[in-house]
Design a protein around this ligand. Structure first.
Ligand code: SAM
Length: 198
């Protein structure tokens, strides 16, 4: 099957381009790559500016034990769109030929980057539990350059009820380091909240 993406990455790329974030130092990080449909879009864009995309995912639908509203589990949602080949096989096929993708097949809690690794844009769409949203934010924010932005998918989306309070808590805690917050609509009207770093 062809790798879909469920965010509307064009809107994210438009946000980056409107603000010329790609001219800042660093690369892009995506936490939650799934089938790679969005990774490909980010990587094609980043390649034009000699930038890389770090794509982080366990690529294992069984790992994410999040229970959404109505009792559905994240694993069930991920599996629903997979038929035949594994998530990782679909992802690998999607990014084939893109030499600026760095794939990190790990649990995002285990992520650590050297100080020199900077990002100008981060996108968080991995595990939707509060502790993971907070972890993923901390990983990205530490490496994010001034003027760069990090986005949280599923903000104000009822299916994953822990995301919005997690993000609101982050915004309250880091308010002095945040220059601006911007909410943009994606596919199916699911929002991404972007935080621009001061
Ligand atoms: C909602 S999907 C991402 C969808 C993708 N952004 C898109 O639009 O195509 C969430 C992804 O996060 C991954 N994930 C869940 N928990 C994770 C964790 N602890 N560490 C890394 N990846 C994780 C899942 O394997 C899944 O592929």
């Amino acid at each position: 099957m062809s790798p879909e993406e469920y965010v509307g990455y064009e809107n994210l790329i438009r946000f980056i381009e409107d603000r010329q974030l790609q001219l800042l130092e660093g690369d892009i990080i995506e936490i939650g790559a799934y089938m790679g449909g969005g990774t490909v879009k980010l990587a094609r864009f980043a390649k034009k500016y000699q930038k890389r995309v770090f794509a982080v995912d366990t690529f294992d639908p069984e790992v994410d034990r999040t229970v959404g509203r109505g009792g559905v589990t994240a694993g069930e949602v991920y599996r629903a769109f997979l038929e035949g080949p594994s998530m990782f096989e679909i992802y690998e096929k999607a990014i084939a030929g893109l030499d600026n993708v760095v794939t990190l097949r790990v649990d995002s809690r285990r992520l650590a980057f050297p100080r020199e690794q900077k990002f100008f844009f981060g996108f968080i769409d991995g595990c939707h539990q509060r502790s993971y949203v907070e972890n993923d934010f901390a990983v990205v924010w530490t490496q994010l350059v001034s003027g760069g932005a990090v986005g949280f998918h599923d903000y104000h989306f009822d299916d994953w009820p822990e995301v919005t309070p997690a993000v609101d808590g982050i915004v309250a805690e880091y308010t002095r380091e945040i220059a601006e917050t911007v909410e943009i609509k994606g596919k199916g009207d699911v929002s991404t909240l972007l935080l621009v770093k001061r």
